[in-house]
Design a protein around this ligand. Structure first.
Ligand SMILES: NC(=O)c1ccc[n+]([C@@H]2O[C@H](COP(=O)([O-])OP(=O)(O)OC[C@H]3O[C@@H](n4cnc5c(N)ncnc54)[C@H](O)[C@@H]3O)[C@@H](O)[C@H]2O)c1
Length: 256
């Protein structure tokens, strides 16, 4: 078991990639704090984990609110005594041409997709420092490495997540805390479906998805489980001397 007796907080764990990470981590022996803003989905994932014989604690908190994040971390430490792993995964976007975005939309996107990660990392670090052990995995996006039309504020936030993660890696390496960033390409999750169905020109969006599928060397889009495989590498001691790194999970669509 790769995560035996480890305690992991996974944000945005009620759906998509966070759910897949939670199920995999629990199978690998971790006690998983399943965080989301959707209580019904939290309960569903906790039930799945417990049904498979794993250990989980559901915790509803909004990662954009520091007081809620801090309360979640305190509850985790109270329940399990420590926090070994943070998978900072919660995120959201809506495809919009840049000129159709405004300051209100930028604030919403940056609050969740950049500052939400900073809240979570700041809240777990004191506990990781105390134990001289920590594995921080942020979920970025290939949009943040490469840029992507109709995702300017989101790409800016995810680019920020990459730079933030590298900085945490440099600042906390001597405390035996690693920080790495997983950047998925298009992944078949409820978010991707939502983003496509929100576009007025659906035909165009579906055609674009088909083109991405065709030009991807591995000939398909990612599944949440594909991403979870990269996340658990960075969350486990398999990556004991790997920090400040960014990995693209995109079937070879983008190469460094
Ligand atoms: N799906 C893709 O194509 C894709 C590609 C690249 C990167 N990503 C990133 O991957 C991560 C996971 O996305 P997904 O596709 O699994 O999405 P998803 O919508 O399936 O899951 C995201 C979860 O985050 C939760 N969430 C949203 N706001 C929250 C908040 N403020 N606090 C706590 N939880 C919150 C949602 O309720 C949802 O359950 C996100 O960071 C996303 O930006 C997704």
């Amino acid at each position: 078991m790769r995560l035996k007796d480890r305690v992991a907080i996974i944000t945005g764990a009620g759906s998509g990639m966070g759910r897949a990470d939670s199920l995999l981590f629990a199978r690998e022996g971790a006690k998983v704090v399943v965080n989301d803003i959707n209580q019904k989905n939290i309960d569903g994932v906790v039930k799945e984990i417990e049904g498979a014989g794993g250990e989980a604690l559901g915790y509803k908190a909004d990662v954009t609110k520091m007081d809620e994040v801090e309360a979640m971390v305190e509850e985790t430490v109270k329940r399990y005594g420590k926090v070994d792993i943070l998978v900072s995964n919660a995120g959201w976007d809506e495809l919009r041409p840049f000129l159709h975005t405004d300051r209100g939309f930028w604030d919403k996107i940056l609050n969740l997709n950049l500052l939400g990660h900073m809240n979570c990392v700041k809240a777990v670090l004191p506990h990781m420092l105390k134990n001289k052990y920590g594995k921080i995995v942020t979920i970025g996006s290939d949009a943040g490495r490469l840029g992507n039309p109709m995702e300017a504020p989101y790409a800016a936030a995810k680019g920020g997540v990459i730079a933030f993660t590298k900085t945490i890696a440099r600042e906390f390496g001597r405390a035996n805390i690693t920080a790495n960033c997983v950047c998925p390409g298009i992944t078949e999750t409820p978010l991707a479906e939502q983003m496509i169905s929100a576009i007025p020109e659906k035909e165009k969006a579906l055609k674009m998805m088909e083109t991405v599928r065709k030009v991807t060397p591995m000939g398909r889009l990612a599944k949440p489980e594909d991403v979870a495989g990269a996340v658990i590498f960075f969350a486990s001691d398999d990556s004991s001397f790997v920090t400040g790194q960014v990995i693209s999970v995109s079937g070879g669509l983008s190469t460094p």
